[in-house]
Ligand binder design. Structure first.
Ligand code: 8YV
Length: 315
């Protein structure tokens, strides 16, 4: 039997590549030098796309594949997939929710602690001899007991809040509506009001056209010179220019970011700043979670091509 032909948008670990190559005829988009030409050559036979959350599948890619039936995303975020076009064409879309929730929450908390306590600078203080030469490391900011706002109390936001409760923090959250499972936490309907009453603001929203720049200049400035914003969602949820302006002027105290506009390129202004912690989009990046994500991404493709129900459908 002929194997279904799929387009693989980005590189994946060997433990996924092997099984993908066994089950499908895989066209490696990420290896093609001339990508539009590659799409022209193979697109006509492609029935499935395996992509990553950070890469998605845009209109041009989907249009180059007239027989496309399914897009399987390795990641919970599918904002990079042209869902409107998929709806029009009846293309199914899947993602990998749940399996990465706890790792993303863990990294968000680690970023908050690391940055508040100045751990990166403290490491350098030890290694470069400053400890011996200059004595005690400059004092940092406390975390426990402070006020925290969680913007987006979905799966990841909920796990973030649970962890924060363990630090004795007073927790508020903002979402489209109050959540029945969050009775211990205060619902705030407006992001600016949430920022005003928070020392730390976690951005844990699924990104969409509606949430673009939801953290705007007003929200950022409402955090104030002692406030910190932590983003483990998508860069597009924050107005990055406004964020940079506020970090540079001191209108915002600090930020800890795992995601950037145009990543892995990033605005060089970030590199000049000492009050920002920069992470390379690695919140779900543990061996265990990436193995689970890969399996779920592959299982969704297999389910589709064997006529079984999709495990984690988005569309
Ligand atoms: C991954 C992600 O880092 O879940 C998402 O939406 O962006 C991440 O978990 C990414 O898909 C791996 O490249």
């Amino acid at each position: 039997m002929n194997k279904p032909e799929i387009l693989q948008v980005g590189e994946l670990p060997d433990w996924d590549q092997g099984p993908l190559d066994t089950a499908f005829t895989v066209h490696r988009y990420f290896e093609a030098k001339d990508k539009p030409r590659f799409l022209q050559e193979v697109g006509g036979n492609v029935r499935g796309i395996a992509t990553r959350g950070d890469l998605g599948a845009n209109r041009a890619m989907i249009e180059a594949c007239p027989r496309l039936e399914v897009i399987s995303v390795y990641g919970v975020g599918y904002d990079g997939v042209d869902l409107e076009l998929c709806k029009e064409r009846g293309i199914r879309v899947t993602n990998t929710p749940d399996v990465l929730t706890n790792d993303v929450a863990d990294l968000g908390i680690a970023m908050m602690l690391c940055h508040s306590r100045g751990m990166i600078g403290a490491e350098t203080w030890v290694r470069d001899g400053s400890w011996k030469a200059q004595g005690m490391y400059p004092l940092q900011r406390r975390v426990w007991g402070k006020r925290v706002g969680v913007l987006g109390l979905g799966r990841i936001g909920y796990e973030v809040a649970l962890r924060l409760a363990g630090f004795g923090m007073s927790i508020s959250y903002c979402d489209v509506a109050s959540k029945p499972y969050a009775a211990d936490w205060a619902f705030v309907s407006d992001p600016v009001a949430l920022a005003k009453q928070s020392d730390f603001l976690f951005v844990t929203l699924l990104a969409s056209a509606e949430t673009r720049h939801i953290v705007n200049r007003e929200v950022i400035e409402a955090m104030g010179p002692e406030g910190m914003i932590i983003n483990v969602s998508r860069a597009a949820n924050i107005d990055e220019e406004a964020l940079l302006d506020a970090l540079e002027s001191g209108a915002l105290g600090a930020a800890a970011l795992d995601v950037f506009e145009g990543e892995p390129e990033l605005n060089p202004r970030f590199l000049e700043l000492g009050n920002v912690l920069l992470q390379p989009h690695q919140a779900s990046g543990t061996v265990e979670t990436r193995q689970d994500m890969g399996k779920l991404m592959r299982d969704n493709l297999t389910a589709h091509f064997s006529g079984a129900p999709l495990l984690t459908p988005v569309l």
